[in-house]
Design a protein around this ligand. Structure first.
Ligand code: SAM
Length: 245
């Protein structure tokens, strides 16, 4: 039986494709892609000659069955999404489950992921984080989801689309109040920005400059306990400094 390789692809900067990812994409006879047209230019640039098969959220069951057939016939398959790591707020989990259930090996490659890339530059004190991904698009459900996270002590990592970033940030401020928000925008691309600001000031900050609302976003909110704890730390430090210690 051949293996399914789960292959992360760049978020924007093509230099972020790992050497191993490139080797696999060039070597395998089949590439299952979220959007074959989107991935076409990357695969062409690599000189990958694999045949592609579509594997998106609307055909995951059917794609899984086709992929299992290939693997059982001894033909390896690489699974890619439009950008980043398959299965992380992207199709992939059902395919991986089906391949595993069929007794075929699944080989994951490390690589680009917007969440971990944003976290690495966030500079938050939180020791732990919770990856949430996309919130519901409807405001009522979104607020409910945020309410459920309010007391959570870990940094919260969200993905958001540009046309919803204002309303989401507004809801976050209403539900969480005083926290730190990290806005990681257009990671690895020309207009990359990572900003850290008080959540309560974030709505005005986004409105000040329309460019701040453009592109792709990761939003990270510091955890409930972390801000309180760092607040304590600052108070203690101030006391010590005031005492001249
Ligand atoms: N599987 C991908 C990963 O590993 O990060 C995520 C796919 S999800 C459909 C797309 C979302 O990821 C975007 O809406 C945005 O929130 C985030 N994202 C992707 N590329 C990004 C980038 N270059 N900068 C900031 N966020 C990005």
């Amino acid at each position: 039986k051949a293996a399914l390789y789960v292959v992360p692809t760049p978020l924007g900067n093509l230099g972020d494709l790992t050497r191993r990812a490139e080797e696999i994409l060039v070597a395998v006879p089949w590439i299952a892609a979220e959007d074959t047209r989107h991935s076409g230019p990357l695969l062409k640039q690599l000189g990958a000659r694999a045949r592609t098969l579509p594997a998106h959220q609307h055909n995951e069951h059917e794609a899984a069955a086709r992929i299992v057939d290939k693997l059982q016939a001894g033909e390896a398959v690489a699974l890619i999404s439009d950008a980043g790591t398959p299965g992380i707020s992207d199709p992939g989990a059902r395919i991986v489950a089906a391949v595993r259930a069929a007794g075929c090996p699944v080989v994951p490659l490390p690589g680009p992921c917007a969440a971990t890339t944003a976290l690495s530059a966030a500079g938050l004190n939180d020791e732990h984080f919770l990856f949430y991904g996309f919130l519901p698009s409807k405001s009522g459900q979104r607020k409910q989801a945020l309410e459920g996270l309010r007391g959570h002590p870990y940094a919260l990592v969200f993905y958001e689309a540009p046309h919803r970033v204002l309303e989401t940030v507004e809801d976050m401020a209403a539900v969480f109040g005083e926290r730190t928000l990290v806005v990681a925008r257009e990671l690895t691309k020309l207009f990359e920005n990572v900003d850290s600001l008080p959540l309560t000031a974030a709505l005005d900050w986004f409105k000040e400059d329309a460019n701040r609302q453009r592109g792709e976003f990761v939003l990270i909110v510091s955890g409930a306990a972390a801000d309180a704890a760092s607040g304590d730390g600052e108070r203690v430090l101030k006391l010590l400094l005031d005492e001249g210690l």
